[in-house]
Write a new protein. Structure first.
Lengths: 282, 306, 252
């Protein structure tokens, strides 16, 4: 009788690990499916012209997504310009003031920002910029994305600098180097790889975002470099074309998806390489 | 040689003025303050812009199923229902998979190539933009659901709560697995060895010792996933059917708080309409903050325990 | 006392409310090696960190009393200027990891944006590394980062870096406690050499080391200066019972 019990437990044991393995591998399936579909449907649209031409009106064949690529680039630049200095500064503050009431407050604020749904940030950028400017613009879209980048950069900076031994800072200060130069020329360079990784990850995060752009950057069928006018972006284009009734546009959306996924994946891979190769040893 | 030393060392210029030094400290301080002020400003803006709607509908907003732009009467119940339904269903669906991944990486195949492969894949999953999930969901998943619905004799929308939940569940698998796998790996060996020496099978050690010990970490991951699901916009918008009637079942189309904002914001005519949408955004914001804070609290307790 | 370069008057140092150094009055003779010795936690590290004002960087730290460098109040001058006259070597070697060996030596100048001609830099690097007895080992590798050096070599690099500023005083906070015996011996030899050009204040809990290298010894116990005098006298005929007990190993 005891032997039956034991046998049952052995069976359960085998079944359990079997279940764990099966479920784990099953969870990889969607990724493979998505990549497969994107490649299968999108690869036929990809060409050099696809990347440098503008979209054609409905019904006409061909055309490309150049304006969306340019728009995405523009948005990333507009977002990075405030987010990087502000984020790194705040991160330095947090690592220099480990305990402190303001520090706890800042960390809380960073958490809240990180968890804010991107569509809410779109609303905010709309309220702050679109209504005051009276129009949709790349600027408002960029600002929404900037707020999304901020918490990632602050956290990455703080975590990286926390790992740098205090003795490095003390060595510089003991040489008579003033505080600001110690931070800027000794501490930050030592933490550069971690900070750069954080920046790349935050860029990858916003490059694929659509929701905050829906009523800020808004989209634009034409090429636009002007930051106070509406601009197109790869995710926006994909959304608009995918939900349209036109098969030619669907094809373009698949092609654009290839480009976007390729971009986001490359950024993530580069971030990982930077994290391991450039790491400073202590 | 002595000359170079004595000349240069004595000739070191005056230290930079205290002004430069404190200016730098001030810049750091101001950056920190800006972050805090930003959050407060976001909250404030949302509240102020929700005023018209708050005044017009008050608490009834959260109990009314009417969403009628024509007569300017708005209520959020449909979207609350849609959000809660899709998020919890998605959590339910993803849980076995996330748990399996956590156990796989944290316990069974720790330090093996297979685990780092799985880790990479789940991280890649998390990196795919949501509009792409929506796109795939719309063109691949929805037809499948439509076939299923036809077989079941239900109205074959294809889009609806079920499709949205499935897409969401795929998206949140990495989040639910993330913290869990770390915590599971950190369970002290002597606890496990105690179990084995009592004659427990591996499965029993996992279910009776490891998982209970790691439950805070697993919970934290689940909260993280829930937060992600609640705020997800694009993928949901593309497959949920965008109907403003309360869903009758998982095969009905519906709308979530995030998706209704995405759909109707640019077409909102009238201040009250816009204000109602913004109030929904405010609600979303507050819910997310609360979930985040709870998750944070749980994580803090995990780090203390471990 | 011949040529006092630094002295303290009733110096006390606190971490918040916790007094770690208690009314220490000490005179450091010029161009000699003075050891500050005592058991762990006696306040010796904190004491010397008051000399170059590194102590005050810790939140909540404060001092009472005076520290005078050549009769100038150290707390009345600019801390940055002070730290260029008093150099410090730390317990764990800490060369700047993102800089080459060459740049590490002249880091005090580089980081302050002081322009030196190529020739001046070369002379300074060679001179400091020779003074720190490291030149022969690294002269072919000046453009490499310092992280490939052994612990002892890294510490000598840090000494070279501090010496390049041509300080009046060099503070050494347990400089060999992280090193193996061979490296320790080399640095002890270096310390004795260096006193020809610079005053050295050494902190250690290693009695034998104090006996080997120093001319004068100050014994600190629970923050108080118990005894101070020529090393040989203090070791062979200590005046205070606590000193004797420490020397004979009654407590560590």
């Amino acid at each position: 009788m005891g032997e039956d019990r034991i046998k049952l437990r052995m069976v359960k044991d085998r079944a359990f690990i079997g279940g764990v393995v099966v479920l784990s591998f099953l969870s990889m399936v969607p990724l493979l499916l998505i990549l497969f579909y994107i490649l299968r449907n999108g690869i036929s649209s990809l060409s050099w012209e696809f990347l440098i031409e503008l979209p054609r009106p409905v019904g006409e064949k061909g055309g490309g997504v150049a304006n969306a690529i340019v728009g995405s680039l523009l948005l990333v630049i507009i977002a990075s310009l405030p987010a990087i200095p502000l984020g790194v500064s705040a991160g330095v503050y947090l690592s220099e003031h480990r305990d402190g009431r303001l520090s706890s407050l800042v960390r809380l604020a960073v958490e809240v920002l990180h968890g804010t749904p991107s569509i809410v940030l779109g609303i905010i950028a709309y309220l702050w910029l679109v209504t005051t400017m009276g129009r949709f613009s790349a600027l408002s879209g960029g600002i929404a994305l900037s707020i999304m980048m901020l918490p990632v950069i602050v956290r990455a900076t703080e975590e990286t600098l926390k790992l740098i031994p205090d003795s490095l800072k003390e060595a510089a200060l003991a040489l008579g180097v003033p505080y600001h130069r110690t931070i800027l020329k000794v501490v930050l360079p030592a933490g550069l790889s971690g900070i750069m990784t954080g920046i790349m990850i935050s860029v990858a995060r916003i490059a694929g975002e659509t929701a905050p752009l829906l009523f800020t950057a808004f989209g634009n069928p034409f090429m636009n470099w002007n930051i106070i006018k509406p601009v197109n972006a790869l995710p926006l284009l994909i959304y608009n074309y995918a939900t349209s009734p036109y098969p030619e546009w669907h094809a373009i959306a698949w092609g654009a998806s290839c480009v976007l996924v390729g971009l986001v994946l490359s950024l993530n891979i580069v971030a990982r390489i930077i994290a391991s190769r450039w790491k400073v040893q202590f | 040689m002595a000359n170079v030393f004595s000349n240069k060392a004595r000739a070191l210029p005056q230290a930079p003025s205290p002004l430069t030094q404190t200016a730098f400290q001030r810049i750091l301080l101001i950056s920190a303050l800006v972050v805090v002020i930003l959050v407060l400003a976001i909250l404030l803006s949302l509240i102020i812009s929700s005023f018209p709607s708050l005044k017009a509908f008050g608490l009834n907003f959260f109990f009314s199923t009417t969403w009628d732009p024509v007569s300017s009467r708005f209520g959020a119940v449909v979207f609350l229902a849609g959000t809660l339904l899709t998020s919890f269903l998605a959590l339910l669906i993803c849980l076995p998979f996330s748990l399996a991944i956590s156990i796989f990486i944290g316990e069974y195949f720790r330090e093996r190539i297979l685990s780092s492969l799985l880790k990479q894949v789940t991280e890649l999953l998390a990196g795919i933009p949501s509009v792409i999930y929506g796109f795939w969901g719309l063109f691949v998943l929805v037809p499948i659901v439509r076939n299923l619905e036809m077989k079941l004799g239900v109205l074959p929308y294809g889009v609806g709560i079920l499709s949205a939940s499935v897409v969401l569940s795929v998206m949140i698998v990495p989040y639910a697995a993330s913290i869990g796998r770390e915590v599971i790996a950190l369970v002290p060996s002597d606890l496990k060895e105690a179990g084995y020496s009592l004659g427990a099978t591996r499965q029993e050690v996992v279910t009776k010792i490891i998982l209970p010990y790691a439950r805070s970490g697993i919970l934290a991951g689940i909260l993280l996933a829930l937060g992600r699901a609640l705020g997800e916009t694009m993928a949901v918008t593309m497959v949920i059917g965008n109907s403003n009637i309360i869903p009758r079942g998982i095969f009905s189309p519906g709308n979530t708080m995030a998706s209704v904002i995405a759909n109707e914001f640019t077409e909102a005519t009238g201040a009250l309409y816009l204000s109602s949408l913004i109030e929904i955004g405010l609600l979303l914001f507050i819910v997310e903050v609360i979930i985040n804070l709870i998750g944070r609290y749980v994580i803090k307790r995990v780090t203390v325990e471990v | 006392m011949e040529g006092t370069v630094l002295r303290t008057e009733a110096l006390s140092a606190y971490f918040g409310e916790n007094r770690v150094v208690n009314k220490v009055s000490l005179s450091i003779p010029e161009r000699k090696v003075t050891t500050v010795m005592g058991p762990s936690g006696c306040g010796k590290t904190t004491l010397i960190r008051c000399f170059n004002r590194i102590h005050e960087l810790i939140p909540g730290a404060k001092i009472e009393g005076r520290v005078l460098l050549r009769e100038e109040d150290v707390y009345a001058m600019d801390a940055i200027v002070l730290r260029r006259r008093i150099g410090m070597v730390f317990q764990r070697p800490n060369p700047f990891p993102t800089m080459t060996i060459y740049d590490n030596v002249i880091a005090g100048y580089k980081l302050n944006g002081i322009e030196l001609s190529r020739e001046e830099r070369d002379i300074m690097v060679e001179g400091s590394l020779k003074k720190a007895a490291l030149w022969d080992e690294v002269k072919g590798h000046l453009r490499r980062k310092g992280t490939f050096l052994s612990g002892g070599q890294q510490q000598r690099l840090c000494i070279a870096r501090a010496l390049a500023m041509n300080p009046d005083i060099l503070l050494l906070d347990e400089p060999t406690s992280a090193l193996d015996p061979k490296a320790t011996a080399r640095i002890e030899k270096l310390i004795v050499e260096l006193k020809k050009t610079v005053t050295l204040i050494l902190v250690t809990h290693n009695i034998a080391q104090a006996g080997r290298v120093s001319d004068f010894t100050a014994f600190l116990y629970l923050g108080e200066l118990v005894e101070f005098g020529p090393t040989e006298k203090l070791h062979t005929a200590p005046k205070d019972k606590r000193t004797e007990e420490f020397l004979t190993g009654k407590f560590g």
